[in-house]
Design a protein around this ligand. Structure first.
Ligand code: NAD
Length: 456
């Protein structure tokens, strides 16, 4: 591995990856890979996660095409140096920010959006002109094989390598010297990544998870109520069966509105997945037996079981869990203390919706806070008084699609940001270049000053 990495470092030094033409050609290669191999991608996502092709296009393929096109369009502007203003005291000085690639970077990704979470950061790394090693997750093996076997035929393999393997390969990679490490995964492994990075003072981006709450206000219009139920249901159960870092982890609702919300959500789930969701091919499967057992364990707690108001059935052979709603499970049970990352949705009732702010603030800062409300004061308070990677009113997950807002966490939900131009900046050093004229020097720069009348 070391000699391979050395060759990549040497290749970076040739300057090829810095040229706009190289960056554009690689982005176009990536686009071609996605378009030409769309059928293989759908097949791999079906095999690894049971994702329906429409879901796969909506959440991964389509988003990647959008992001590559955005980078292709913006690249020349992003790459250009930007003049900056200087204070009057620095007369006869000009300054600019000159974007430069970092060098050799490492991307380690997760299994739940195995294409999206591998290639979205790769777009930024390539656009910024870096050489890149990508290690996808071993838990989505069909997608990892696809990336290892097919992606290289579309890209410059002197600069971009895909490495297949699990935690031991990840550990070996972390021992090497990188110019940046971009990691998507759990906080546990995030800590391992950060400790390894300390040795060489390597900057890291950690895209982690956590418990994203959805605050649901007591809405009055039936349209708004149904839209809320539909949007919560699709964000929780309709995107990788809740195995998403941005999925709604739990709902906070006023007691008086809870039963209405549960009934509406039952309708939404039935409309989306039918009476027998196991038979429908529209809901993704649990990634593996290990995660399936985790959910079995969560639901084996009797107090948690008693709180189930919808769903709860499981089919271990097909790794399927019916969309499940729980009303007021114990706050100290695993379902309310750890990230759920699956199709179980606890609804916690509160006396007043404003109590949601204290509830959210009593937990680690989440990747996202969602709030379904028309109450302007509540919106203002949530904006001002809670802290999260993103805040979305009246929907969930949509923030992931936007290229113009950064995607990333805060506190335990992550460090750093990407998407759109933020991805380019994440993999770029904006060097401060200052230029001076030889013409004049101010007298006060140079001692001695004793002759000057206003000196003491
Ligand atoms: P994980 O941390 O177990 O694995 C992530 C990656 O790290 C995999 O490629 C894995 O092979 C590698 N890895 C595992 N152990 C390692 C080690 N010791 N050294 C080096 N690499 C190692 O996480 P996961 O199960 O893939 O993903 C689930 C978690 O990721 C959840 O917490 C979820 O919220 C989070 N997540 C966050 C985002 C985001 O964009 N913020 C996206 C998806 C998932």
């Amino acid at each position: 591995m070391e000699s391979e990495l050395e060759r990549m470092r040497e290749y970076f030094k040739t300057g090829n990856t810095k040229c706009a033409s190289w960056r554009l050609s690689q982005l176009k290669g990536l686009l071609l890979f996605i378009k030409e191999r769309e059928a293989d991608i759908f097949q791999a996502l079906k095999k690894d996660l049971g994702k329906h092709p429409v879901e796969a296009f909506r959440d991964e393929v389509g988003l990647l095409i959008k992001s590559i096109n955005f980078a292709l369009k913006g690249l020349k502007t992003w790459m250009s140096s930007k003049k900056v203003n200087v204070p009057k005291i620095a007369f006869l000085t000009t300054a600019e920010l000159v974007p430069q690639p970092l060098g050799l970077v490492l991307i380690i990704s997760s299994w739940n959006f195995p294409l999206g979470l591998s290639l979205e950061p790769l777009i930024g790394a390539i656009a910024a002109g870096n050489t890149v090693v990508l290690k996808p997750s071993e838990l989505a093996p069909a997608c990892a094989s696809l990336l290892v076997n097919l992606l290289p035929t579309y890209l410059d393999t002197r600069a971009i390598k895909v490495v297949q393997g699990g935690s031991s390969v990840g550990e070996q990679l972390l021992q090497k010297k990188w110019d940046k490490i971009f990691f998507t995964g759990s906080a546990r492994v995030g800590r391992i990544v950060m400790s390894a990075a300390v040795k060489n003072l390597t900057p890291v981006v950690l895209e982690l998870g956590g418990k994203c709450p959805a605050v649901v206000d007591s809405l009055s219009s039936s349209w708004d109520k149904q839209a809320t139920a539909n949007r919560i249901a699709v964000a929780k159960f309709g995107s990788c069966a809740g195995q998403a870092c941005l999925a709604i982890d739990y709902v906070l609702v006023e007691k008086k509105f809870a039963s209405t919300l549960v009934e509406l959500m039952k309708d939404s789930i039935k409309n989306m997945f039918g009476d027998n969701p196991r038979e429908s091919n529209t809901m993704a499967r649990i990634i593996n037996k290990h995660h399936f057992s985790r959910f079995k364990n969560i639901l084996s707690d009797l107090a948690v079981q008693k709180s189930i108001v919808y769903g709860g059935s499981m089919d271990e052979e097909n790794l399927f869990i019916k969309p499940t709603i729980l009303l007021d499970p114990p706050l100290q049970s695993e379902i309310m203390t750890d990230e759920i990352f699956g199709p179980l949705l606890p609804i916690i009732t509160l006396d007043k919706i404003e109590d949601s702010i204290e509830f959210i603030n009593s937990k680690p800062k989440p990747l996202a806070v969602y709030a379904f409300t028309k109450n302007k004061q509540l919106k203002r308070r949530l904006e001002a008084e809670t802290s999260s990677g993103s805040l979305v009113f009246n929907d969930a997950l949509v923030q992931y699609v936007l290229d113009t807002v950064p995607f990333g966490g805060i506190g335990e939900s992550g460090i750093g940001k990407y998407h759109g131009k933020f991805s380019f900046d994440t993999f770029t050093h904006h060097k401060a270049v200052t230029r001076r004229s030889f013409l004049i020097d101010a007298w006060f720069r140079f001692p001695p000053w004793n002759g000057h009348k206003f000196m003491l």
